[in-house]
Design a protein. Sequence first.
Length: 150
Amino acid sequence: MASTKLILLQDVEDLGLAGEEVHVAPGYARNFLIPRGLAAVATKAALRQLAAHKEKIEAQRKQELEAAETLAAKLKEITVELHLQASDDGHLFGSVTDRMIADAIALHGITVNHQRIHLDTHIRAVGEYNIAVKLHTKVIVDVKLNVVRA
């Protein structure tokens, strides 16, 4: 199968880190990575430019990791509470979504992208849960979620 050689300009989950050379399907490169500015075609000029910016990329990666660790420390300290409609036996009318959790976290003054919240199963009952929030490739924190009947 044919593949296209690219240089990643930004970290791409499940593909690689910024500065790495990767081989991907031509359609993925043409339709997703290149238009979004996540990668560039691996030419000699692009490789030279990458080598010149290697230190800047490393510094940015280190800064992002430190910011994620700081945010993780804040998230460990809070307990997120959602007040939802539920039946007498504790079954919710609907289910808890990642957006609901992100909005509840925002009430504590912490902004988290809802796409970073990973729900293993659908939450459809009142109770306490641990929710994984992936802030960085190396930083995953569990947030305490308390779903109560409104």
